[in-house]
Design a protein around this ligand. Structure first.
Ligand code: ADP
Length: 633
């Protein structure tokens, strides 16, 4: 594609994803059609913010007119609606990139998730964000007429499309900077061609927009509205976050969120505060009600907009929030930072560090309050963002205890992922004599739940946390204790139940260990370099054997996770523990022939039971078949 500056008109095709998005949008958002205006006004407002920011370094961009506004008008005869702004505008290349493709991160995930079921997909599209293309919900043709600020008049661009597969683009004259978007309404959209209707929609969705949204005044005369040649401002036109809390309604907070968060749904919660002291700033931070598609994308945008004294400075200011709070959206408006602050400066700034600390504390406070006072809401939060918050245990040392208090885990108490427990509540219901918090890690919930390591705990009714998120290994390695209670893996080290075992049990165990010493030694010799040690265990009731990691070794699950992610692993040998009461073990005691096969099967099944993979699956199958043949039926 050459960026010609001639007046020739070109027709180009949309990126495939845009075509799909347009189809989906038109069909699934119809019942919510009014949001198109919110989206276009939101873009217009962003364009004004960008101009104000760029003009800080280059005053010429204002072209002698620094007034910034958004204008909404309609033409009943032509059946068109126009949204115009005096913002930054777009060059030809920008128009092609912005209005012909989708450059959002998470695009691939989004399109991968579409089911074809319109109702379900309609929900997804809200999460993805709709933006400019939502114009096609109400229009069957859209024209964009724009010029980038600071360019010559002949650098105007006209873009046009009927929302099919293509758009046309041509260079045209445009005297003023900014963008004008004209919607040619669909047949059944005539109700939008009325001043009161448009005012109502603007007030409902865009009242919080900082720039004035202007419309021509209208007067009721002789049974119809007459348009006067005089503008009026339809919205409140002030920065919402600068107003005091009691002047802002729930709805206004929610609509503002949709603008800053580029989200379609209401937020789950928010915190709004003016902070005074060494640093003076205002923060309005939101927790979305749903995780975005790009939550795990390393290049993901961080949702905080930075303003300095109400001048927009930058989107996605990642320095304002720690990575484990990358789901937070909102605005920080500093009274102290210089207007020419750059990303590089932000990285080193002590002031920013103080703001980040303050913002992090506010969000943690909001979450703690939610966990205490609105458990249902907190459960929703946890379901969407819990895995991300868990990263904070290792990332944010200063707030580790506060984060740990927010953690929720599945456990053997309910045996389902729907019902989770906080560490505080786990401790409150610990058995008499229990001193430790027990957990098991595995790479799936089912593997955790059915782990042989849990057998004795289930028998004794001791609750064990079931950890199956990848990040859980990271959590437990950074959280040796909570509230003075040690966190202990049930698959690591020797089993020490402390006071949970009585003296008679302990004695019996020692006796059995002595009696079976010959057997454990023989198995160790047979398995040679596959195991570090073979010993008797009392953690098993139903299974003949299990593997455990040595006290200071990496757990089997973590070793597998690291191997799967391509990391070089030292060869760590597990300890094979056998159940002295199991008939298979007792039989092994007397086995002479094929002892090596028996021992190998014992080891392999223990590995399988904890979700591991066999080195030699074919050998395992062969041995099993051989043993089945020899079975006396
Ligand atoms: P989003 O706003 O989520 O990035 P959109 O599809 O709404 O997605 O817009 C795509 C891009 O087009 C915007 O990021 C912006 O760069 C550009 N754009 C849209 N509307 C305008 C406008 N009125 N003025 C200048 N640029 C605009």
């Amino acid at each position: 594609m050459t960026a010609t500056t001639t007046a020739s008109r070109e027709t180009l095709g949309f990126q495939t994803e845009v075509k799909q998005l347009l189809q989906l949008m038109i069909h699934s958002l119809y019942s919510n059609r009014e949001i198109f205006l919110r989206e276009l006004v939101s873009n217009a407002s962003d364009a004004c913010d960008k101009l104000r920011f760029e003009a800080l370094h280059n005053d010429a961009l204002y072209e002698n007119d620094s007034e910034m506004n958004i204008r909404v008008s309609y033409d009943k005869d032509a059946r068109t609606l126009t949204i115009a702004d005096s913002g930054i505008g777009m060059s030809r290349d920008e128009v092609i990139a912005n209005l012909g493709t989708i450059a959002k991160s998470g695009t691939r995930e989004f399109f991968g998730k579409l089911s074809g079921d319109q109702q379900k997909d309609a929900n997804l599209i809200g999460q993805f964000g709709v933006g400019f293309y939502s114009a096609f919900i109400v229009a069957d043709k859209v024209s964009v007429f724009t010029r980038r600020a600071g360019e010559k008049a002949d650098q105007g661009v006209r873009w046009e499309s009927d929302g099919g597969g293509e758009f046309s683009i041509e260079m045209v004259e445009r005297a003023t900077r900014g963008t004008e978007i004209t919607l040619h309404l669909r047949e059944d959209q005539d109700d939008l061609l009325a001043g009161y209707k448009l005012r109502e929609i603007i007030k409902k969705y865009s009242n919080h927009i900082m720039q004035p949204i202007l419309m021509k005044k209208e007067e009721w005369k002789e049974n119809k509205y007459e348009t006067l040649d005089e503008d009026e401002t339809v919205n409140q036109a002030s920065a919402l976050w600068t107003r005091s809390k009691n002047e802002i309604s729930e709805e206004q907070y929610q609509e503002f969120y949709k603008h800053v968060g580029h989200d379609f749904d209401d937020p789950l919660a928010w915190t709004h505060a003016r902070v005074e002291g060494r640093q003076e700033y205002t923060q309005l931070l939101y927790i979305p009600s749903r995780a975005p598609f790009d939550l795990y994308d390393r290049n993901t945008r961080h949702g905080i907009k930075l303003y300095v004294r109400r001048v927009f400075i930058m989107d996605d200011a990642e320095q304002l929030m720690p990575s484990y709070m990358r789901f937070v959206r909102g605005v920080v408006d500093s009274a102290d930072l210089p207007l020419n602050v750059s990303r590089e400066i932000l990285q080193e700034s002590k002031d920013i560090e103080a703001i980040r600390k303050g913002c992090t504390g506010k969000v943690l406070g909001l979450l703690a309050d939610m966990a205490e006072n609105d458990k249902e809401k907190f459960a929703k939060f946890w379901g969407e963002f819990g895995k991300v918050l868990k990263e904070g245990v290792g990332e944010d040392f200063a707030n580790k205890d506060k984060i740990a208090a927010l953690l929720r885990f599945a456990s053997t108490q309910a045996d389902t992922t729907d019902e989770t427990v906080a560490l505080k509540d786990y401790i409150a219901r610990m058995k008499d004599g229990q001193e430790k918090i027990y957990y098991v890690t595995a790479d799936s919930f089912n593997a955790a739940k059915n782990s042989p390591h849990l057998e004795v705990f289930r028998k004794k009714g001791i609750e064990v946390l079931l950890l199956s998120d990848r990040v859980d290994e990271w959590v437990v390695s950074n959280l040796p204790e909570f509230d003075g209670k040690q966190l202990v893996s049930v698959a690591k080290g020797g089993l020490d139940l402390g006071a949970l075992e009585d003296a008679a049990e302990k004695q019996e165990q020692e006796k059995q260990a002595d009696e079976l010493k010959g057997l454990t030694d023989k198995i160790k010799t047979s398995l040679a370099d596959r195991v570090k040690e073979v010993r008797i265990t009392h953690r098993l009731t139903d299974s003949p054997a299990c593997l455990v990691a040595d006290e200071h070794d990496m757990s089997g699950n973590l070793a597998r996770l690291m191997k799967a992610s391509g990391q070089k692993m030292p060869n760590m040998q597990p300890i094979l523990e056998i159940n002295p009461k199991h008939p298979v073990v007792l039989r092994l005691q007397n086995a002479e022939a094929r002892f090596d096969d028996w021992a190998a099967v014992l080891f392999d099944q223990a590995l399988l039971a904890e979700g591991g993979q066999l080195d030699d699956p074919a050998g395992f199958v062969k041995r099993i078949n051989q043993l089945m043949l020899e079975m006396s039926v």
